[in-house]
Design a protein around this ligand. Structure first.
Ligand SMILES: CC(=[NH2+])C(=O)[O-]
Length: 157
């Protein structure tokens, strides 16, 4: 196993001594993403725009390895102001459509790099294990709750 750097033309350059994401075996560890526009490497304005930019930056890095938001298993949200929780939560939530959100922690912190208003980091699992886990954890969903949205693709078989 070796540590592989992940970067994307569609995600901002690091602002310090870190890789945007690294892949080790079946896991991708994504550094905290902040609301930098990848074209300019400048911070976008306001909590809504920054949250959307963070989620787009996460998507871009995942796409580099053929992954998407549904491969994320755990996130950490760091907020400059906990009063922004609701607006960040709503935008963040809209990026997950499988019916199963990743596990998550959220904190207000004293300061973020580049005076960002929000930073989100992710732990991601690659396609093979994700699919195996879906099949193993399904094990007989109730027919009312199960369907294409559950993501397992095999509940009715
Ligand atoms: C922005 C960030 N992830 C860092 O470590 O500075």
């Amino acid at each position: 196993m070796f540590l592989q750097k992940i970067e994307s033309k569609n995600a901002p350059k690091p602002v310090g001594a870190y890789s945007p994401a690294v892949k080790l075996g079946d896991f991708v560890y994504m550094s905290g993403q902040i609301g930098l526009d990848p074209q300019t490497n400048e911070m976008v304005d306001g909590i809504e725009a920054q949250t959307k930019q963070v989620m787009e930056n996460i998507k871009a890095l995942l796409n580099e390895k053929g992954l998407d938001m549904h491969h994320i298993v755990k996130t950490t949200i760091l907020l400059d102001n906990i009063d922004d929780f609701s607006v960040v939560n709503d935008i963040y939530g809209s990026y997950f459509t499988s019916g199963v959100f990743p596990a998550r922690s959220a904190f207000e912190v004293a300061k973020l790099p580049k005076n960002a208003l929000v930073e989100i980091e992710c732990l991601v699992i690659d396609t093979l294990i994700y699919e195996q886990q879906q099949q193993q954890s399904c094990g007989g969903c109730s027919s009312d709750d199960c369907g294409d949205d559950c993501g397992c693709g095999g509940c009715h078989e």
